[in-house]
Design a protein around this ligand. Structure first.
Ligand SMILES: CC(C)(COP(=O)(O)OP(=O)(O)OC[C@H]1O[C@@H](n2cnc3c(N)ncnc32)[C@H](O)[C@@H]1O)[C@@H](O)C(=O)NCCC(=O)NCCS
Ligand SMILES: Nc1ncnc2c1ncn2[C@@H]1O[C@H](COP(=O)(O)OP(=O)(O)OP(=O)(O)O)[C@@H](O)[C@H]1O
Length: 219
């Protein structure tokens, strides 16, 4: 197992896709995938590191008690979600357990993904800027929507209360902070067709950029 661990060893450039809860990251990733661009989703990797048998799950059960596990020993995500978004100190503790492991696995997944034939690939993460994952990518694509729309779309999608969505939003970077870190922005306040059009335009630019010998500046 000699997986490269440094992002500089990847031959395929990685674009970080970020945005707050319900901004449309998955929808954007799907539109890129339809154009042949693969991606790895940090939320999916975050689920891997708390599977039964993983050290992070044992640490969580020790800290929060067996009440955060279901009858089969799986993480009760709803229960943990309620606890960590009600208490920033508990959230920071959870992140101290999970984020280093998530980062490490993302490196492994990216190393594999970036040996594929794709011209470039994506790292899709809600906390790209907040969690140090920024270092793993060559540029940052922010999916931008007003907070009111984030809340509206998340409420329509998930069985969560408005209060909980607002608590999750409060735990994430502000819209301004995210936009300040952006190399590129997709405005996802319109319909899906508008989203797909923006992805098509960006994909054309990214392909040109990825093929350029020095990959600096804007394509
Ligand atoms: C608290 C948990 C169990 C809730 O699980 P649940 O299935 O309900 O939500 P899911 O994991 O799909 O996350 C949904 C959204 O919540 C937001 N979110 C999740 N964790 C965090 C966090 N630590 N800080 C801010 N927002 C977060 C993100 O926008 C994410 O897309 C889970 O989110 C978790 O383990 N979080 C800690 C790991 C983490 O930071 N993951 C974020 C990706 S690196
Ligand atoms: N342009 C759009 N028009 C209408 N609905 C949309 C649009 N883009 C995304 N949605 C819907 O809004 C919800 C949130 O989008 P999506 O799941 O892609 O966001 P996300 O950023 O991946 O969220 P999370 O961080 O919570 O995983 C989904 O139900 C999705 O189908």
């Amino acid at each position: 197992m000699n997986e490269p661990t440094d992002h500089n060893t990847h031959t395929t450039p990685v674009i970080g896709v970020t945005g707050g809860i319900g901004s449309g990251k998955s929808a954007v990733a799907e539109a890129f995938a339809e154009r042949g661009i693969p991606g790895i989703d940090a939320d999916a990797v975050a689920r891997e590191v708390v599977m039964p048998g993983e050290p992070a799950l044992a640490a969580i059960a020790e800290r929060f008690g067996a009440g955060v596990l279901d009858a089969d020993g799986n993480l009760d995500r709803r229960s943990l979600r309620a606890r960590i978004f009600a208490d920033p100190a508990e959230r920071r503790w959870l992140e101290s357990q999970t984020h280093p492991r998530i980062r490490q696995r993302l490196q492994t997944h990216l190393a594999r993904l970036c040996r594929s034939d794709a011209p470039y690939c994506l790292l899709i993460s809600p906390l790209l800027i907040e969690s140090g994952q920024r270092e793993m990518v060559s540029r940052v694509l922010v999916i931008d929507v007003p907070e009111s729309l984030q809340i509206e779309r998340t409420l329509a999608r998930d069985g969560v209360s408005q209060e909980q969505v607002e608590a999750i939003l409060a735990a994430q970077s502000s819209r301004q902070t995210r936009l300040a870190a952006a190399d590129d922005v997709i405005d996802n306040s319109g319909d899906r067709e508008m989203l797909i059009d923006q992805v098509a335009r960006l994909d054309a630019r990214y392909r040109q950029w990825a093929a350029s010998p020095q990959r600096h500046g804007y394509p």
